[in-house]
Design a binder for this molecule. Sequence first.
Ligand code: FVH
Length: 294
Amino acid sequence: MTNPTAAVLGLGAMGSAITACLRDTGHATVVWNRTAAKTEPHAEAGSRAAATVAEAVTAADVVLVVLFDHASVREHLEPVAAELKGRTLVNLTTTTPNQARATAAWAAEHGLTYLDGAIMATPDMIGTPASRLLYSGDRSAYDTARALLETLGAADYQGEDAGLASLKDMALLTAMYQMFGGLFQAVAMMRTVGATAADTAGEVGGWLGAILPHLGRFGAELDRAAHNSGDHDPARGQDVDFARAAVGALITAAREQGVGADLLEPLMRHLDELAATGRGTADWISVADQLPIA
Ligand code: FVH
């Protein structure tokens, strides 16, 4: 059986990596980019360069959208709804869950086969074992495109709700950005005594590696408490009062070194609120239960 032909809309760092990977795995590729010059290296490497989105779409079985954001996706897909009919449309552009659902609803209105995707990889990881992509929405679209999608990285279908891949993407990226925020705070503190950022990054990496196994324990404990009416009191691990003292010391230490503590203050506010509502002896991981907005 011949491989499906893929159109790639968007040749930024990620679209280019995806196109190269598809070519390397024996797929015919047709590429379009707003700035046409970016199609040239791909055409030299064997892709077909399309002058318009419509031309790219009509040449393909599977259309991969790797644009900047939701607005650019809708701007370029809406005029080609008719041409997309009968093809599998996979949007890999980062969007919010509701934006993914809105695009899925638009696709359904036009009778299009739509799958939403989220890339848990950087461009250099595409096609390697380190690459993982999440998908959600139309299960038959996933099944149709699956073999092609698996060339990009492990393919992980999340469910029929088109927003699910994006939701997990946003949750994982939230944890990642908070971690990087912690690194930047540590670098700023250690620079006050002349430590290089590279040294601090190495120290932070070692420390985070050592405490990473706690994530699984926290997750299990949060689930256990959720099955017991959300009761975290008494604490099985560190309690809120202990965490308040610890985070309070971090904030004081940062300020003593002349470094802002505004990345830590939101966590402290949640701990303060737990203490103020009589939950000082509850496990501090109950912060997770306090975040939903009523
Ligand atoms: N790069 C990464 O590490 C991350 C990994 C996780 C997933 N993201 C998402 O992938 C989407 C594309 O990201 P990218 O890395 O390819 O981004 P850029 O290199 O900045 O290229 C952006 C492309 O989008 C085109 N573009 C921007 N605005 C428009 C528009 N209004 N109309 C049409 N195209 C537009 C841009 O075209 P040009 O500037 O070359 O003309 C590039 O092709 C993204 O959602 C990430 O969040 C990547």
